[in-house]
Write a protein that binds this ligand. Structure first.
Ligand code: UDX
Length: 437
């Protein structure tokens, strides 16, 4: 099948590359000349494990093309995916201007029947708006389909190639057949393609992310309660997770969810609810809990240092909002840095992938260490904000020898408390008792 993907951001590039991988001929369109030149020359523009190999292979085999010209890019396509940004506007609602601008142009460019697919996360009712915008200038038949993505950064290729489910929102039989054929190779293992109407598909995306965010905030509150009551959140997590109805996944407490999806999508659903004259109280609480959770470690650090952080120096491991990505959007580490520097402390940071993004954002507000151990030099204590695998089994002797005080504040529960006690570390984590040798 010939496919066009408009927008070569994270979702667009993964979508385009993965469709090429199953033998489709894919043209990706972007207005950014620089990006299109890079991609055409074989230079990948995002960090995503496993993507580069697929990208290079499909480019070489001539199944992946890049252009800045929308008209040329869509000419022969049967299906056009819109993978454009929907940033939160000032009031928290999703800004649809990128999508609607392309929809406006598309109408006049269509020369035969095409399926236009909303891949971006968009509020309920957007498919209707996109349809209306195209219909203004269109002289041929077309369908607008909602097909939300459920890609996790770091495992996006796997999520795309072997999805738990594919959600397709359309009421057109013709579009349904085309979309079903396109996705058939991805669901061979028996996972479902769930067909529904456009609005339900749009809401499914928000409901999924909001539900997962709720799970996290719920566990973060349970963790707080565990500390107050003397229970252990690891035990509670295992105790409830083995109930199938609850499930083992997404029950890990920490220092809050970040990234490009959860914060934005929860906020957008709250906003959509308000517009529908409904007050979505649970989600308002989910957001509120998450905001506070990002600074969960701070009072513990303050208490340890007698409430005065002036002149103290900290090592901070982990800047990305989660491991295996260089994405720092809404990353808890940035909030911790702000608070520490605001309290008169200095910070030396290390992250396997995300340091240069942080440097672009906050410059010399912190110092950037070459390695996780170099970050420890002259530090009074170590703070861990992201659970990168390399942080899980560190050389504790080295840490203990370099740190001025053997103190670790761990926002991701990487180590067992009794072990840290044994090793002689003062160790605070989330929802478990502290080790206080
Ligand atoms: C998420 C959804 O999983 C994906 O389906 C959607 O399309 C986009 O948003 P992503 O933002 O890449 O993906 O990250 P994910 O792995 O889901 O983690 C989100 C956040 O939740 C991270 O900040 C992570 O640290 C946090 N989290 C996750 C927890 O705090 N505890 C958990 O148990 C799981």
């Amino acid at each position: 099948m010939k496919i066009t993907v408009v927008g070569t951001g994270y979702v667009g590039l993964v979508t385009g590359t993965c469709f090429a991988e199953t033998g489709n001929d894919v043209t990706c369109v972007d207005i950014d000349v620089n990006k299109v030149n890079k991609l055409s020359a074989g230079q990948i523009t995002i960090y995503e494990p496993g993507l580069e190999k697929l990208f290079e292979r499909n480019l070489k085999e001539g199944r992946l093309h890049f252009t800045t010209q929308l008209a040329e890019g869509i000419k022969d396509a049967q299906v056009i995916f819109l993978a454009l940004p929907t940033p939160p506007g000032e009031d928290g609602s999703a800004d649809l201007s990128y999508i609607l601008r392309v929809a406006d142009q598309l109408g006049g460019l269509l020369q035969d029947y095409k399926v236009i697919v909303d891949k971006s996360t968009v509020p309920v009712g957007t498919a209707d708006k996109v349809h209306a915008a195209i219909a203004k200038n269109a002289k041929v038949e077309f369908d607008v389909v909602s097909n939300p993505e459920f890609l996790r950064e770091g495992v996006a290729v796997e999520d795309f190639m072997k999805p738990d489910r594919v959600v397709i929102g359309t009421q057109s039989e013709r579009a349904r057949k085309i979309m079903g054929d396109l996705y058939a190779p991805f669901v061979r293992q028996g996972n479902p393609i769930i067909f529904m109407d456009e609005k339900s598909a749009e809401l499914t995306k928000y409901a999924a992310n909001s539900f997962l965010a709720t799970k996290i905030s719920f566990m973060n509150e349970i963790a707080i309660l565990c500390e107050k009551l003397g229970a252990d959140v690891d035990m509670v997590r295992r105790g409830i997770g083995s109930d199938d109805r609850i499930g083992k996944r997404f029950l890990f407490p920490g220092i809050g969810y970040g990234g490009s999806c959860f914060p934005k999508d929860v906020q957008a659903l709250v906003k959509s609810s308000q517009e529908a004259a409904y007050d979505f109280r649970i989600l308002e609480a989910v957001m509120d809990v998450n905001e506070k959770q990002k600074l969960f470690l701070l009072p513990k650090i303050q208490a340890y240092f007698g409430n005065d952080l002036k002149g103290k120096h900290f090592a901070l491991w982990g800047l990305a909002f989660k491991p295996n990505t260089d994405d720092i959007r809404e990353a808890p580490a940035l909030y911790i840095i702000d608070a520490l520097v605001g309290a008169g402390a200095t910070v030396s940071v290390f992250d396997p992938e995300a340091a240069s993004n942080v440097q672009q954002l906050i410059g010399d507000k912190v110092t950037y260490a070459e390695s996780q151990y170099a970050a420890l030099e002259n530090a009074d204590a170590l703070i861990i904000a992201t659970e990168w695998s390399v942080f899980r089994t560190p050389d504790f002797d080295k840490i203990g020898a370099v740190l001025k005080q053997k103190a670790i504040f761990d926002g991701r529960n990487l180590f067992e408390v009794p072990r840290m006690q044994e090793l002689g570390f003062y160790y605070e984590s989330v929802g478990r008792s502290a080790a206080k040798p």
